[in-house]
Design a protein around this ligand. Sequence first.
Ligand SMILES: Nc1ncnc2c1ncn2[C@@H]1O[C@H](COP(=O)(O)OP(=O)(O)OP(=O)(O)O)[C@@H](O)[C@H]1O
Ligand SMILES: [Mg+2]
Ligand SMILES: [Zn+2]
Length: 525
Amino acid sequence: MEATKEYEIIEAESKSIYSKINSCGLIGVNGYAVEIEVDLSSGLPNFILVGLPDTAINESRERVRAAIKSSSLEFPNKKIVINLAPADTKKAGPTYDLPIAIGVLACIEPSVINKQNLENLYIVGELGLSGKVRSINGTLSFVIHAKNNKASGIIIPKENSSEASLIEGINIYPVSNLNETIYTINNIKDIVPLKKTVYSNTQNKFTADFNDVKGQTLAKRAFEISASGQHHILMIGPPGSGKSMLAQRLNTILPPLGYEEKIETTQIYSAAGRLTKEKGLISLRPFRSPHHNISTAGLIGGGPIPQPGEISLAHKGILFLDEFTEFPKHVLDSLRQVVEIKEVTISRSRRSCTFPCDFTLIAACNPCPCGYFGDNIKKCKCNLNIIKKYQAKISGPIMDRIDLQVEVKRLSESEIISNKTSECSEKIKERVIKAKDLQIKRYKDLSISSNSHLSSKEIKHFCTIDKKGELILREAIKTFSLTARSFDRILKVSRTIADLENSDIIKDEHILEAIQFRLNTFNNI
Ligand SMILES: Nc1ncnc2c1ncn2[C@@H]1O[C@H](COP(=O)(O)OP(=O)(O)OP(=O)(O)O)[C@@H](O)[C@H]1O
Ligand SMILES: [Mg+2]
Ligand SMILES: [Zn+2]
């Protein structure tokens, strides 16, 4: 009799209550499942977090405690152990505050939460001390993850509604504080989920236009080819010839972003915390122009919890590197790989993540330190060795990867005073879109949509050259000692030029035009 009593006491003391909440974490721009397990047991009051949390999550204990108390709820005076599973991945950020709070509240008896409704429901959100639910980074990716995992729904911070509303096929419940979250969970069947926002496809109006740029016919042609086939450009020319002006107008002739592209781009901005409450969708191709004193991590991406760099923020848009030669050599060299593989992997001991970076590089620089080498009016003051050193800042391998290299010369007197209006962006864009459509159709079974993305194997398949063109190419390899990579790149540009003419076959004139864009002034010293 005595022994049974003792046993009962031990059992009562060790009785613990368990709850599990589905939440999400971010690796790069992709959401992954994080389960928040809460174990509440009698014992010395304590609040322990395990499962590789970072400092922001560790501080979550204080926010959760304060938020529960401020919401007129009782914080359990017991031993609370929270496990963030999987335990081998480093968790970052304050995303888990809200699910942790709900997990703790679900363990209180009698519970204020209808536990049944938690099944297959995802919860993400940061908590303020007052119980307010704050916005978080990565909501769009979390919603996509929950949808792909056939969740019954996802609770998100109200401030992130705009980006979340891009996705349909999942019930999204925006909340603004802890009490509203509890109400939403308990009455989930009666709550109307967020409606999908229908974004109109109306085109953005630009204030700048290509017809603002006088002369520069060759450079404009390079931009048209670049826009059509997504080829990188390097402009070399004296100060004031219009290089920055041209770069700032590329967006006006690019095909509009498709729905999938908008989602991909918005996911990056969401992960980087660069969306605002009002602007929840990136609908215009990004234009990024970082200063030349940017660090490698700033350009490529980095940080203890990897963040996307400028190359990823330029995804599906333009990365304009003005004063190209002023960027430190190691920063430029870090671009070598990413301009080809269109994604960047950042490795850390506990996690490595990949960000997409499918951008068009537009680089601009002067031909020498004083800016006037090769100019027909102003005399260059630099000595030859200095010019060589200056130009060597752009290494051969980087140069090799830039399809269109174009000299942007100073305008002539008559060009400056001329009132002749040149072609407007809208007209150029019409041709670009036609050429782009041909590529989309041609590559519909591949995972690419632009000529510049063709692999060597695909080039052989899709770039059929006529006899005359072949002879010209052979000659060019000999005369200009072209590398295999240059050869491939000439073919890709030729493919785009042929597409602009709606020609299936690549003809000699297409190849000749492509070759002229690789013979830059840098080789002419
Ligand atoms: N082709 C042009 N047509 C019309 N205006 C031009 C042209 N080129 C230059 N300009 C005028 O000169 C200004 C400077 O041009 P821009 O900044 O594009 O030169 P840049 O080549 O980038 O020079 P830098 O090498 O100093 O950066 C422009 O804002 C514009 O007013
Ligand atoms: Mg400039
Ligand atoms: Zn000079």
